[in-house]
Design a protein around this ligand. Structure first.
Ligand code: ADP
Length: 274
């Protein structure tokens, strides 16, 4: 409708311009639709724990002469509140990585520091499940990027590896330098022996709020936002994230990001900055 009207108005200017304008319109419509979906999804996701909290608080009031029931409901309220907190935190993280230009606070970030931070983030959960995390990054590797964004990305991958693995399995984090046509890269991979991801889900897991098994994901405090944060961070740094997986055997997520040399304080292969 509208696109056609526009193209009819500008048709005399030449078909290439028409195509550009129509493309532009389609793209802005797409962005608008994605934004609308996101707001709808956020509202839905927030309403679930808030609704549960409201029902549980009524249950507590009705059960005030039964201390055991009160205890039980209070425990579930706490779980819902925790879920709500992590959801809000991830929504904030996602909007932050989408709005902040990583180039504005880019610096050489040590891969070792990122790995340490990621381990810190899931230490408790790994210990509870007796999951061993083995790290083996080439020493002295640096990535050119935003420290907080890179930490959020790797942290999410390691957290998922632990969450979607059975007890007493192993998770591996490896880091190495690789050369590519566009410049030197750092490749960080996170490997688990977990449940794996079917081929049909593999493309979709990077979508916002997409979860293969919402019930399982909810039980581990999952929001469905983690991998969309990872994907956004990789892309905005000029890198990528890929996944290999075999159902029932495990998964490997690989981040490829621009390498920096700490001494020059700049990006390798691009002559640095400043
Ligand atoms: P969530 O908060 O649910 O973990 P993510 O965006 O991080 O959300 O991941 C999306 C979905 O991808 C998860 O719900 C899970 O089903 C699947 N997934 C992510 N990482 C793994 C993994 N290492 N092994 C198996 N499944 C995974």
């Amino acid at each position: 409708g509208e696109a056609l009207a526009v193209s009819a108005r500008v048709a005399p200017l030449g078909s290439r311009l028409v195509l550009l304008l129509v493309d532009d319109l389609t793209e802005s419509r797409r962005i608008e639709a994605v934004r609308r979906d996101f707001v709808a999804n956020v509202s839905h996701e927030l309403k679930t724990p808030v609704g549960a909290l409201s029902l549980l608080s009524e249950a507590v009031m009705d059960a005030c002469d039964d201390p055991e029931a009160v205890q039980r409901f209070a425990g579930r309220m706490q779980a819902e509140a925790t879920r709500l907190t992590s959801l809000v935190q991830e929504i904030i993280d996602l909007s932050r990585v989408q709005n902040d230009d990583p180039l504005e606070d880019s610096e050489p970030v040590a891969v070792d520091d990122l790995v340490t931070e990621a381990l810190e983030r899931c230490r408790q959960q790994a210990a509870t499940k007796q999951i061993t995390i083995a790290t083996g990054a080439t020493p002295g590797l640096y990535i050119w990027g935003s420290r907080s964004q890179l930490a959020a990305a790797l942290g999410n991958l390691v957290e998922n590896a632990v969450n979607y693995s059975p007890a007493r399995t192993r998770v591996g984090i490896a880091g190495r330098a690789v050369s590519a046509a566009g410049g030197d890269l750092v490749e960080i991979s996170v490997t688990d022996q977990g449940i794996g991801i079917s081929e049909k889900d593999r493309d979709r897991i990077f979508e916002r709020f997409y979860r293969v098994d919402p019930a399982r994901s909810r039980a581990t405090g999952g929001t469905g936002l983690g991998l969309s944060i990872v994907k956004h961070v990789a892309a905005s740094h000029g890198g990528e994230v890929t996944v290999w997986s075999a159902e029932g055997q495990g998964s490997t997520f690989t981040l490829r990001l621009p390498r920096a040399s700490a001494e020059r304080g700049g990006r390798d292969g691009r002559g640095g900055r400043g």
